[in-house]
Design a protein around this ligand. Structure first.
Ligand SMILES: Cc1ncc(COP(=O)(O)O)c(C=O)c1O
Length: 394
């Protein structure tokens, strides 16, 4: 009766079962996976947001498939502030970055076509692609001081059904940015094989340090067909506003063909609400302030996490984003680590296998939690690391 788009297991895993038990027993769990900025104690100028959403221009419905021109001009201004000219004619508003993926997959793929995605990376790709009847093929990122893109490994995985390569810039959870030299190689590969690049830049504004080797954004590039995806969810710490966007880049001709088809898709759904579009200039202004708070928080929490590392554990240095990866001793599996931490210390972290790390044992923590929670969570992690190391020495 149902579509074959639902191949994944729906049962809760051992970690969510244990979490549900703890919560049912009233245990206060320290959640080091919290990645919802509206629940992490940041201060938002709510009066300003509410006033912006009450703009009387929303009283009249003006269906506009790509999004209201005024709103697309705001997105263009966001890129102009980063030194990139993005033509509003190549900007499409969506309800979220996730929806932006669904538009781009519809645009590029027939059922059964393939999209290359990095590993480790954001686990939702498989679902987003699966719902469009598109297959994902993972390509590895290699860790050697930092995380490196292996363009040869991408080339080896191409098949006649490959349509696009996803890069996450910076990646979730590794925090690694695409470097300009890597982009040169990847764009040559995409052009040679007629592939598009999809650049997920939701965390691009959250670098810990500047790096001249880094590619700023793929918006405004003129090589292969490129779709840059981002949105208010991360850029402004406002996921509930439901506004994302696609910026189309690449050679003019193919860019125009892609834009005409994206307009068709967007016209079918008209999914973005008017109030958020009219409010966009003020939401971006409020968001810039929230972004500052988030950057200060992630920087501070990363320092605390690094300071808590034991000789047996290592915090892999993220260049940006909202997450950190801890490499823990392999005396235990990732599942044993996360279940042990939750069972004994009531602290929740994610195992690397949620993100498709190539080996064990990696633990992922969010750098968003409020300082008092984060510090207490990290203190408990350290107790466990020290205890396990002590046991290993016996
Ligand atoms: C890499 C990455 N892309 C996209 C998204 C989804 O963003 P949105 O809330 O705009 O759908 C997330 C959310 O965590 C993410 O980590």
């Amino acid at each position: 009766m149902f579509s074959s788009r639902f191949p994944w297991r729906a049962e809760p895993n051992a970690l969510s079962r244990l979490l549900a038990e703890k919560q049912a027993a009233g245990v206060a769990v320290i959640d080091l996976t919290e990645s919802n900025p509206t629940r992490a104690g940041f201060s938002y100028e709510w009066d300003e947001i509410a006033a912006a959403l009450g703009d009387p221009r929303s009283a009249v419905y003006e269906p506009s498939p790509a999004g209201l021109l005024e709103a697309r001009q705001q997105v263009a201004a966001y890129y102009a502030a980063r030194g990139v000219a993005a033509d509003p004619a190549g900007i499409f508003l969506t309800a979220s970055t996730s929806e932006a993926y669904s538009y781009v997959f519809k645009l590029l793929c027939d059922p059964g076509d393939e999209i290359l995605i990095p590993a480790p990376s954001y686990p939702l790709f498989e679902h987003l692609a699966g719902l469009e009847a598109v297959r994902t093929v993972t390509y590895p990122l290699h860790f050697d001081q930092g995380w490196l893109l292996d363009v040869e490994a991408i080339r080896e995985r191409l098949t006649p059904r490959s349509r696009a390569v996803v890069v996450v810039h910076p990646n979730n959870p590794t925090g690694s940015y695409l470097k300009a030299a890597e982009w040169r190689e990847l764009s040559a590969l995409c052009q040679r094989h007629g592939l598009a690049a999809i650049s997920d830049e939701v965390f691009a504004d959250f670098a810990f340090e500047p790096d001249p080797q880094r590619q700023t954004t793929l918006a405004g590039t003129e090589g292969p067909l490129v779709f840059v995806l981002s949105g208010l969810s991360k850029v402004a710490g406002l996921p509930q506003m439901k506004l994302g966007w696609i910026v189309v880049a690449g050679a003019r001709d193919v860019r125009r063909q892609a834009a005409a088809r994206l307009e068709w898709i967007a016209d079918t759904f008209l999914s973005v609400a008017s109030p958020v579009q009219w409010a966009l200039p003020r939401l971006l202004a409020v968001g810039a302030e929230v972004r500052g708070q988030i950057r200060a928080r992630t920087g501070r929490n990363l320092e605390r996490l690094r300071a808590a590392a034991t000789p047996e554990t290592r915090v892999l240095p993220p260049e940006g984003g909202w997450y950190a990866t801890i490499q823990a001793p392999r005396v235990r599996s990732e599942e044993e680590w996360v279940l042990g931490l939750l069972a004994r210390h009531h602290v929740l972290v994610q195992p690397g296998f949620f993100y498709d790390f190539p080996a064990e044992a990696f633990l992922i923590v969010s750098l968003l939690p409020a300082p008092e929670w984060f510090d207490e969570g990290v203190r408990r992690l350290r107790i466990e690391f020290v205890e396990v190391a002590g046991r290993g020495m016996e």
